[in-house]
Design a protein around this ligand. Structure first.
Ligand code: AMP
Length: 468
């Protein structure tokens, strides 16, 4: 029976441990060692059905545990029926939209499968193909790949997909957004018709459900949130601010102790570079991460962020898809996305693995239309909070046009960007023009308030509060 979210409630078991889902003991052991004590809702719903052999249509955002939901039953099957020939043919193919996500999935599979015998390799572009080809030649059971490079290797005759039994298409909506649909279809054409297909997407626009319709046979539907609604545990707010005040607002937000690690989103790669540079000048350690960065640079930035060596990652939408860091306290939209679904993806980077999180958007007057369509999509009004007051003389100079290298300054701290502004490195918060101390922007670190008690966290647009 389907509930209002389209979830088949007969899938939901009463049990709350991995044993009861029917998984092999070697997998359960690895999960316990990884500190997973209870399956997440999508795991409870999906794992038994995939073990039974059903196709699956999963509507799930990142952070819900969907990687384990598809990996565990596949590993269970691979283990139950081991490859007999030494020159193994790949039996499971997982397609992901970005290199980072592919690496992340492969790491998870390695963890979950630490007590079973299987071989896997990751295939993605931006690095030499030889090690990938060598791994394929040695024989693998599982391939985790991005579409472009995989298709390349298939077309060169270096990768054969004729024995695939399990096919996973992860983040299908993003695949389509990124223009991978043709590559995906060409890859699917190489797969055996008789296979089990698992299809995951955070949102289900028409194009995605059409693709699901083509790929899936009588799928079981599982969904962990209603379509395109944002994760409940995220406290969302918006600060209305002119575009040229945004850097100062951002620096102020990131200066608060409650912001332990943040992903800052920009719409363009160039802007990500500029914002990261400005943050570093302001004493806030950050790295940009986007598609123009080499794979090595992206992995280094991610590693530094995960290790807590830098406070902020400044990311474009595409690059952020593979970021799986549990402890992101804040997502800050330096610019609102012009594709509303991207907002859902962005804020899903916080509140992962059961934690709560904060998402703050800086909205310039010309972005109000984007905000409106986001609110329409997520079906709630985002709370408006007041940012700091900004003096004209503190406003950064306009950015130079075009992708020019940053200008050097002889001034200590390289102070080109913020004439005279007191920035984050300085303790004690920003000052108002009259010299009074400015209260921190109320958006930072707040938990949901009871209805009617304030301006943040309510499910309605609240008034901009008067500052003290
Ligand atoms: P995903 O949605 O697959 O990207 O997973 C989000 C995060 O949740 C990852 O860091 C996983 O390691 C973690 N995770 C997945 N399933 C569980 C579980 N049952 N218990 C604890 N953590 C989990």
């Amino acid at each position: 029976m389907l509930n209002p979210n389209g979830v088949d409630e007969s899938n939901i078991l009463d049990s709350t441990n991995f044993d009861a889902l029917g998984l092999n003991q070697s997998l359960v052991r690895a999960l316990l060692e990884a500190g997973y004590t209870e399956p997440t809702p999508i795991q409870v719903q999906a794992i038994p059905k995939v073990i039974e052999g059903h196709d699956l249509l999963g509507i799930a955002q990142t952070g819900t545990g969907k990687t384990a939901a598809f990996s565990l039953p596949i590993l269970h099957h691979l283990n139950a029926k081991q490859s007999e020939s030494k020159a193994r043919h790949p039996r499971a193919l997982i397609l992901a939209p970005t290199r980072e996500l592919a690496i992340q999935i492969a790491d998870s599979i390695k963890l979950y499968g630490s007590h079973i015998a299987f071989k896997q390799t990751s295939i993605f572009g931006g690095v030499g193909q030889n090690p990938q080809v060598a791994a394929l030649k040695r024989g693998v059971d599982v391939i985790v790949a991005t579409p472009g490079r995989l298709l390349d290797l298939v077309n060169q005759g270096l990768c054969h997909l004729g024995h695939i039994e399990y096919f996973v298409l992860d983040e299908a909506d993003r695949m389509l957004d990124m223009g991978f649909i043709h590559d995906v279809k060409k890859i699917v054409a190489k797969l055996p018709r008789k296979r089990q297909t698992l299809f995951f997407s955070a949102t289900m626009p028409k194009s995605v459900s059409a693709l699901a319709g083509e790929l899936l046979y009588k799928p079981v539907n599982v969904s962990v949130t209603a379509q395109a609604t944002t994760v409940d545990r995220i406290d969302q707010s918006v600060i209305f601010t002119p575009q040229n005040h945004k850097l100062l607002q951002l620096v102020n937000l990131l200066s608060h102790d409650s912001v332990t690690s943040a992903i800052v989103f920009t719409r363009t790669k160039h802007r990500a570079n500029r914002v990261s540079l400005a943050l570093n000048k302001a004493g806030i350690s950050s790295e940009p991460i986007h598609g123009n960065k080499s794979q090595g640079a992206r992995q280094r930035a991610l590693g530094a962020f995960k290790a807590g060596d830098i406070k902020a990652l400044v990311a474009t939408d595409i690059a952020a898809r593979g970021i799986d860091v549990d402890a992101v306290s804040h997502v800050i939209n330096f610019e609102l996305p012009n594709v509303s679904e991207d907002y859902v993806h962005r804020i899903g980077r916080t509140a992962r693995a059961g934690a709560s999180g904060n998402a703050i958007s800086l909205c310039a007057p010309d972005e109000r239309a984007y905000l409106k369509s986001i609110e329409k999509l997520i079906k709630l009004s985002i709370s408006v909070v007041k940012g700091i007051e900004v003096r004209d003389e503190d406003v950064p100079l306009p950015e130079p046009r075009g992708p020019r290298p940053p200008r050097r300054s002889n001034r200590p701290g390289g102070g080109r960007g913020f004439r005279g502004a007191k920035l984050s490195g300085e303790k004690g918060g920003r000052r108002k023009s009259d010299g009074q101390k400015q209260k921190p922007a109320s958006a930072v670190g707040q938990k949901k308030r009871p209805a009617g008690s304030g301006n943040a966290g309510g499910r309605r647009r609240s008034q901009v509060p008067k500052t003290a």
